[in-house]
Design a protein around this ligand. Structure first.
Ligand code: ADP
Length: 269
């Protein structure tokens, strides 16, 4: 397998002594290039911590993270900033757009900060697919949630990163907008060979992925390839312990165990 990012024996401990929490308890996982991987698991299982360590937004207590061939743990602050800027794209639940900038300015911000030229052909292609052509001059407050998240997707893709990390990207969206965003992430993988890793608690969102990695108590406990919503629901029931009679019940049960997620997860660019 052509691995774009991997974790080896990742441990993350928050707090000390009595208050110590092992958010990650020895996670080893590979993420394949050109594939869409979802990370699922009950609330508190370490999904966000894993993604933040993988995306070099947080430092593990021990273990190794390799992104696109670079051992992230060996990098100093400047090299880390460059890696995040040049090789990683982010999509967050809370969009994290800069309110004073237009959609177009938000999209090109990471490339502008890097002092690189925006590839206009690629920019136009991404904008076209996302249907944002007539919204480029709008500020985030003038856009719907779905449009804002599509702007955030364009921002993540425009620098052609090695990997895109998405943390609950549909958590704040209605089902139609969620479908558009997930469809775009899927297409970025199928049509452009993008590598995407997405944390989600929503079985129907996870069903867009090629593979699901399940976490529980800071460990990888299971995997699923070519998931369907039904199969994911069945698997999640085993975490929940309360068998659901209908698919919708199960969705609610799954949501209920994971509704403590914070709305925002850090830096936007
Ligand atoms: P998930 O994303 O699966 O809900 P998290 O990665 O957010 O799980 O959290 C894993 C565990 O680490 C939880 O027990 C959580 O309370 C704890 N945790 C996360 N962040 C912190 C922090 N900054 N300080 C202390 N404990 C934390």
């Amino acid at each position: 397998m052509d691995t774009v990012a991997s974790a080896w024996e990742l441990v993350k401990i928050y707090g000390k002594g009595e208050a110590e929490v092992h958010a990650l308890d020895g996670v080893s996982v590979d993420f394949e290039r050109g594939r869409f991987t979802a990370i699922m698991g009950p609330s508190g299982s370490g999904k966000s911590t894993l993604m933040h360590c993988m995306a070099a937004l947080d430092k593990p207590t021990s273990g190794t993270v390799v992104v696109d061939g670079t051992d992230v743990s060996r990098l100093g602050d400047r090299a880390l900033t460059k890696l995040r800027r040049d090789r990683v794209g982010f999509v967050f639940q809370a969009f994290n757009l800069v309110p004073t900038l237009t959609a177009a300015e938000n999209i090109t911000l990471p490339v502008d900060i890097a002092g690189r030229r925006v590839d206009r052909t690629w920019f136009d292609q991404v904008i076209g697919i996302l249907g944002l052509g007539d919204r480029l001059g709008h500020k985030p407050s003038e856009l719907s949630g779905g449009q804002q998240q599509r702007v955030a997707c364009a921002r993540a893709l425009v620098s052609r990163p090695s990997i895109v990390f998405a943390d609950e990207p549909t958590g704040n969206l209605d089902s139609r907008s969620a479908g558009e965003v997930l469809g775009f992430l899927r297409r970025s993988v199928d049509d452009f060979g993008q590598s995407v890793v997405m944390v989600t608690h929503d079985p129907s969102a996870a069903a867009y992925a090629d593979r699901i990695v399940f976490l529980a108590d800071g460990r990888v406990v299971d995997e699923m390839t070519e998931p369907t919503t039904e199969r994911v629901l069945d698997r999640m029931k085993r975490f929940d312990g309360t068998p659901a009679r209908h698919a919708t019940d199960a969705t609610h049960a799954t949501r209920a165990i994971d509704d403590s997620r914070p709305a925002s997860t850090g830096a936007g660019v």
